[in-house]
Design a protein around this ligand. Sequence first.
Ligand code: PLP
Length: 442
Amino acid sequence: QKEFDNKGGVVVPKMPSFDYAPPPYTGPSAAEILSKRKEYLSPAMFYLYNKPLNVVDGKMQYLFDEKGRKYLDAFGGIATVCCGHCHPHVVDAIVNQTKRLQHSTILYLNHAIADLAEALANKLPGNLKVVFFTNSGTEANELAIMMARLYTGCHDIISLRNAYHGNAAGTMGATAQSNWKFNVIQSGVHHAINPDPYRGVFGSEGEKYAKDIQDLIQFGTSGNIAGFVSEAIQGVGGIIELAPGYLPAAYNIIKKAGGLCIADEVQGGFARTGSHFWGFENHGVVPDIVTMAKGIGNGIPLGAVITTPEIAEVLTRRNYFNTFGGNPVCTAAGLAVLNVIEKEKLQDNAFVVGSYLKERLIALKDKHDLIGDVRGRGLMLGVELVTDHELKTPAKLETLHVLDQMKGGFYGNVFRITPPLCFSKEDADFLVDAMNYTMSKM
Ligand code: PLP
């Protein structure tokens, strides 16, 4: 039953009912927390435009503030919460493991670490079976880049313009957006033209963009390179699905130049794209190294690099170790995540609900000039807002108004939708009705 307001027949959004009442909150007020945050937490640019909610509870795809008000989390943490906030199986796995053993390193045997490594290897094609656990996506990509350099004996890495691969010395080099780069030395990374079907010069003709990689290798390197790193759908970059045909052509060129292909699945992995478990599978390629984080632990700090035994061998040349990577509590969470994705058919749900949501967003585009493009796959969708369709002029940040929390892309004008994979059609309806309502009031 849709309700209409009395002006202009706009659907008043209605959030689906959900049978959960969070316990009463007795902590400090939002204002107190904000003032502490301002005084004691790093004054990153990020905080300045963000009016954060005081989120005190999470249950599946919903969040609750200090007053018990319910919010639909269409951002899924930061594309991290794939099974749903505080999913009971994931919580049980964490609690049970925490009671037995909170920390052991790779120096000791622990079944949670070995079991997750085996389960992840079983999810990957080819000979991708050796796992190294990390604490984050940045760390996973740092390690992948280092492995490619060690294995090939070359230094040059190619990544895509507009990419985000992390924020440490090496990965900040691979990240290719001035918004996310400090002026530090980031040697040996070359940024290829982004195969962006919406803004790119060749539209959706993926193979044409790949020629730029050839040029970069030919004119900017010795002719041999360490590797190529890319997402299949750029997340932070504004949900840009690489043009079809690009990745196979790019992988071909990279392999001919002796490089390794690294698939960054930090955001697009773990069933998010619906049609496949990994984003790269949508392009029919098999990488040499796969990196992951975010969804792997449903929000618990965990990342991983998975590669072949031959490439993994490079790490035996020196001591290489990390204190927290593969912590049994995190890996127990990781195992529970894989079980939940399978048992609750979350990949199928991401496909069905994601396709439905995308259709509704495309219909919304026909209604609102502000929407320039709707794109993505499964439950990794983007809505790009522009003030001029021909020129694709990015809409100003203020225009986004309530959509502020989830904006992405170089111009900050892409509304990113990456909810928990348990998102329902009713949630999708609420989200689109809320966007319609907001845009109709602008
Ligand atoms: N790679 C991609 C594709 C990401 O989206 C991110 C984070 O947003 C990273 C790497 C870095 O991961 P983390 O923030 O866990 O270091």
